[in-house]
Design a protein around this ligand. Structure first.
Ligand code: FE2
Ligand code: FE2
Length: 396
């Protein structure tokens, strides 16, 4: 069967960078049909002439910068996947492109990294479907930036020489972060009877990969400490997310899941409703009223979010986490935790566990103002042949 090659256009004002990209990606000519141009205007002209599947734009360019170019591309060619190629120093500009970018690509752009980023962007695009998430995110004034300590740890971990004590040192710089990491490592999720009171021990226990993701979790939750309204929402979300993590882990164990899935499920559970927090921060009155109406009338939160904001908390959260480069499995799980039947993957896994655990935790909530879906997707569970397992899971 002949497969069509993906068409990619690279935009960078520096000739050296373009020729470097050309050289580096030469080996990928069989799978990608690539064009290289030196400015946004030229890229738009070419995109008028023929459709492209992917555009990869440099952030800093004279005239039209990457963020501006992608805004136009989003409007004129909404089906094109939009990537920003950015350096570590571009964080301030990167924020301008939130809402029009599918994914960031760190410089230097290695072929394998480009390939996985493109795959991730296509998968995110598919799970967001016809959502208006880009519109709503563009209207936000407070888009949480990729947490700074997380970035420091990611940088450190790129260096194979990095020692665990250096990572502990970064964590210790922040008291709120230290407290949250210790809370997570001592939570029922890990089930160890012994209390871990020290960051070094927490780091050793978690391992680098999980630690990195949990730093992201911990940092998100501690970003909102100064605003009492949001801090209250963050607290109750933390408790709910931990409950979901605990149930989801037992569900995975009961079905014999892998260690990797059990680690991913903790991160996915802690972040699955992050979109609620982001909506609360940006639209405190509207989203607050929506939550009250939802709790009082028992209406579907997802439906109400879609009507009022054009996108759900699941879509907002997964879009931003995808943008920050979180693992594809976690991002997809977050996007689909209320509609798992739309997943392209019909195997039991992290998504199944989060979907079921979330519905179960919501059903058990005694708080009158908590609103979350209790509905299990029958179609999805039937597809997986797991309808009968629900009674077992419900005991966890
Ligand atoms: Fe949710
Ligand atoms: Fe939830």
């Amino acid at each position: 069967m002949e497969t069509t090659r993906q068409r990619i256009i690279f935009v960078d004002d520096e000739p050296m960078v373009l020729s470097g990209l050309k050289r580096m990606l030469r080996g990928n000519r069989n799978e990608w049909d690539m064009d290289f141009v030196d400015c946004g205007g030229r890229a738009l002209e070419m995109m008028e002439e023929k459709p492209f599947d992917v555009v990869v734009a440099d952030m800093r360019m004279p005239g039209m910068n990457g963020a501006e170019l992608l805004k136009v591309v989003m409007k004129e060619h909404p089906n094109t996947v939009r990537l920003i190629l950015s350096g570590y120093a571009d964080q301030d500009l990167v924020m301008q492109s939130v809402g029009s970018t599918h994914q960031y690509l760190a410089k230097p752009c290695e072929p394998s990294n480009l390939k996985s980023t493109i795959d991730r962007a296509f998968s995110l695009k598919a799970s967001l479907g016809d959502s208006n998430v880009f519109d709503i995110v563009s209207q936000m004034e407070v888009v949480p930036s990729l947490p700074c300590l997380y970035l420091q740890v990611v940088e450190k971990l790129r260096d194979p020489e990095t020692d665990i004590s250096e990572v502990s040192e970064i964590i210790r710089q922040d008291i709120g972060m230290t407290a949250n990491i210790l809370k997570l490592v001592n939570s029922a999720f890990f089930g160890s009877g012994r209390k871990i009171a020290d960051v070094d021990e927490a780091v050793t226990q978690l391992g680098m990969q999980l630690l990195k993701d949990l730093i992201l979790v911990a940092e998100f939750f501690s970003q909102y400490e100064d605003d009492p309204l949001v801090a209250k929402a963050a607290d109750s979300l933390w408790l709910h997310s931990q409950e979901v993590a605990g149930i989801a882990k037992l569900i995975l164990e009961s079905e014999g899941a892998s260690v990797a899935d059990k680690e991913a499920v903790l991160v996915a559970a802690m972040l699955h409703d992050l979109g609620k927090l982001i909506l609360t921060v940006n639209f405190p009155d509207e989203y607050g009223q929506l939550l009250v109406r939802c709790a009082e009338k028992g209406e579907s939160l997802i439906r109400m979010e879609k009507t009022q904001f054009g996108a759900t908390h699941a879509e907002v959260g997964s879009y931003l986490l995808g943008l920050w480069g979180l693992d594809e499995k976690i991002v997809d799980t977050i996007a689909l935790h209320h509609k798992p039947d739309q997943s392209v993957n019909a195997d039991f896994g992290v998504l199944t566990a989060i979907h079921a655990a979330n519905a179960m935790a919501n059903a058990r909530s005694k708080s009158p103002d908590w609103c979350g879906s209790r509905k299990l997707s029958k179609a999805y569970l039937e597809l997986l042949g797991l309808v009968e397992r629900v009674a077992v899971w419900a005991k966890f």
